[in-house]
Structure formats: structure tokens, C-alpha cells
Design a protein around this ligand. Structure first.
Ligand code: SF4
Length: 367
């Protein structure tokens, strides 16, 4: 999350990672600078009440609590909330770089030196709550970080031994067995890699990821991860270029990749490239219910764990609803006025906030 003009600093300094510590009687927080060793504590005020402080944040940041971590930049007055102790949806954003260019990427890659992101995360991990249930690693492509990635996995293993860690990766670099082995050696106990596979054919998959040879590399990567004992989740995103082969995709996975822990069939998030390619990608989910039903039931009957993410229950055929999960992170999850009074609302995952741009014309409350 990036928030401009929400912060004011009473000093000049380079950007740093700040940890909110205990709140004092005057309402201000102590702020520990994690980017330098053994610093003097700063003070942080939220809103207009409280004493003058080194850092002042606007009232909209009042949801912050002791234990949360921010990246603060006194030179630009920017802050980013990087970790919230009370959230189940904390993602460690490792890099903007990627070796693929997926048509619907919600976080378009940039070829820049952003190694500071991994450095920041390595500084944060020892201060995260020991009872953090889940963490995600995302990007960009985290495997491009090589030693920094294995260092990060090792840090989670050391400091957060009971945390479930889920990493999104296109899996291509795991076609190098030695890399898969190094990740397996470094990983914490509860670790899973989510790898996208968009089709059962190389031509269709490589077109979606805009990278020749990616299908073969990803398959070798999946086989290597299984060989070294890393758990794998397969991710298929449904759009106009992938929906037609959902049944063949299911047959391919059941026959060739039966070792995966779970298969997730996902709806689009309309951000990044998905937004700029929207007219080419968009298909109303009601139009692919036949293909989705055949896919999901084939995987289920083959004994695989299969889930549907980012789909609204009123669009899914009744036989598919039991596979749907509430999958959208709390901070970008919305419901529409059509949802008022819907009896399925508590079970339905709703929409990404970006669905205000376009969503199915068949949304209807179920009574
Ligand atoms: S009306 Fe809204 S809450 Fe009800 S199933 Fe549809 S999307 Fe979900």
C-alpha cells in the first residue's frame, strides 16, 4: 500500500523501516528504526491528538497498531505499510523483476535494481509476531533473487518456525535441479510454492506468459520441486485465452502432475496488464461454466484437491460452489450493491476492488 501525503517528518533522513512499538500515555507510539543497528527511538503520532512527534501520520492511519511495520521516506513523505501483525494477509513483496510477461499480470514487472526490498524484508522478519499464521512471498519473480531468496527462507525458518509460508513463482528457474535443492534445504517446515500453469499445451501457455520455452521450463521445475520434497500448488487463471481448454488442462494435470498438493482455478484481478488488456482477456464467468464444471469435477474425481478462487457464488453452478474459497485479501475485498440481502454473502468471497471497472452482468443476490 502506498500512501502519499499522509506522513510528515520532523527530520530529514534516508528511507527506513519502522516498527511501531508500545504506545505511550500521550497516545504516541515509539518507533524503532530497523534499518540501522541500535538507534535511538523516534516518536510517531497518528491524527491530531497527542504530543508533537518525529513522525506524524494522518487520521486514516489510525488502524495501525503496535507490532506493525512501515517503510517511511522522509525525503518524499511517502509511507508504505509492509506488515500488519493482526492481518492474515501479509505479503512480502520481494522484487518487481520477472522473466515472464503474463498477459494478465496484476503487478507489471520492471527491470530495476530493487534489491533494497529483500534487504528490508530480511530486517523485518526477526520482528514479526511469532504467532504469525501465514505469510506470502510475491513479486515479480522471487526466484530471480537466488541467494537472497534462500536467506529469506532461512530467516523465516529460524524466526517464525510455526508460520505457513506460501511463495508465488513461475517455477521456471526450478528447472535447475540444484536451485530446487537449495530452496528445499533452506525452506521452513510449512512451505508451499504456487506455480501458474495456464494450459496443457506449450503454445497456449507460452502465449499467455509471453515467453518462449516457459511451458517446458515450468514442467521441469514442477517435477524438480516434487523430487526435492517441496509442496506445490498449481494456479490456472481463467480468461478468454484459457477457458476453452479447461477440460484438457484438467486431464493433463491429473495424468502428468498428480503429485501437486492442490489445483486452484482463479478469476482475473483487473490490475496492471489485466487492465490494459481487458478487452482481449475479458469473458463473463457465466460463459465458461460448462468448461469450468468439467475441469473441476475431473480433477476432483482424480483425487486432487481443487479450489476455485476469485469467483462469486451467484455465478457458479451449484455443483461448483463447494469448491469456492474466500480468496481475496481483506484490504482489497468489496461487495456490490447487488449483494445486499444475499443469503450467501457470508460464504461468498465477493470481488476485488478493481471489479468496479468491469464485472459480470449476471450478479444477483440469492435469497
Ligand atoms: S450477490 Fe454478491 S454476495 Fe451474493 S453470491 Fe453474488 S457476489 Fe456473492
Amino acid at each position: 500500500m502506498k500512501l502519499n501525503d499522509k506522513a510528515h517528518f520532523g527530520f530529514g533522513a534516508k528511507a527506513f523501516i519502522g516498527l511501531l512499538e508500545a504506545r505511550a500515555a500521550d497516545g504516541n507510539y515509539a518507533l524503532r528504526n530497523l534499518s540501522i543497528d541500535d538507534p535511538k527511538r523516534l516518536t510517531l503520532r497518528i491524527g491530531s491528538s497527542g504530543s508533537p512527534a518525529d513522525v506524524s501520520l494522518s487520521e486514516e492511519m489510525a488502524y495501525l497498531r503496535a507490532g506493525d511495520m512501515l517503510r517511511l521516506n522522509p525525503q518524499t513523505n511517502d509511507i508504505r505499510v509492509l506488515y500488519r501483525g493482526s492481518s492474515r494477509h501479509n505479503f512480502l513483496f520481494l522484487t518487481e523483476r520477472c522473466n515472464s510477461r503474463c498477459l494478465m499480470c496484476s503487478q507489471p514487472p520492471r527491470s530495476i535494481d530493487d534489491s533494497y526490498l529483500a534487504d528490508d524484508i530480511l530486517r523485518m522478519i526477526p520482528w514479526m509476531a511469532k504467532d504469525t499464521r501465514e505469510l506470502g512471498i510475491t513479486g515479480g519473480e522471487p526466484t530471480l533473487l537466488h541467494d537472497r531468496l534462500t536467506a529469506l527462507l532461512g530467516a523465516v525458518k529460524e524466526h517464525l518456525p510455526s508460520t505457513a509460508l506460501h511463495m508465488l513463482s513461475n517455477g521456471r528457474l526450478f528447472s535447475y535441479l540444484r536451485y530446487a535443492e537449495r530452496v528445499a534445504e533452506a525452506k521452513p517446515a510449512d512451505f508451499m510454492v504456487g506455480v501458474p500453469l495456464y494450459a496443457d499445451t506449450a503454445s497456449a501457455h507460452d502465449f499467455v506468459v509471453q515467453a518462449s520455452g516457459a511451458f517446458e521450463e515450468t514442467l521441469f521445475g514442477l517435477l524438480n520441486l516434487a523430487r526435492v520434497g517441496v509442496r506445490v500448488e498449481l494456479r490456472m487463471v481463467v480468461h478468454r485465452h484459457t477457458y476453452a481448454r479447461l477440460p484438457q488442462f484438467a486431464q493433463f494435470v491429473a495424468r502428468n502432475l498428480p503429485f501437486v498438493d492442490q489445483v486452484v482455478i482463479m478469476g482475473l484481478e483487473l490490475m496492471g496488464y489485466a487492465r490494459s488488456n481487458l478487452d482481449s482477456l475479458w469473458i463473463d464467468p457465466v460463459e465458461y461454466q460448462d468448461e469450468l464444471e468439467r475441469c473441476v469435477h475431473h480433477l476432483d474425481q482424480a483425487g486432487l484437491n481443487v479450489f476455485i478462487y476469485n469467483h462469486q457464488l451467484c455465478l457458479l453452478r451449484p455443483s461448483l460452489r463447494r469448491f469456492a474459497k474466500k480468496s481475496i485479501s481483506d484490504w482489497k475485498n468489496i461487495y456490490l450493491p447487488e449483494c445486499d440481502g444475499c443469503t450467501l454473502k457470508t460464504e461468498c468471497g465477493g470481488f476485488f476492488a478493481s471489479a468496479t471497472l468491469r464485472h459480470s452482468s449476471h450478479i444477483h443476490s440469492i435469497r
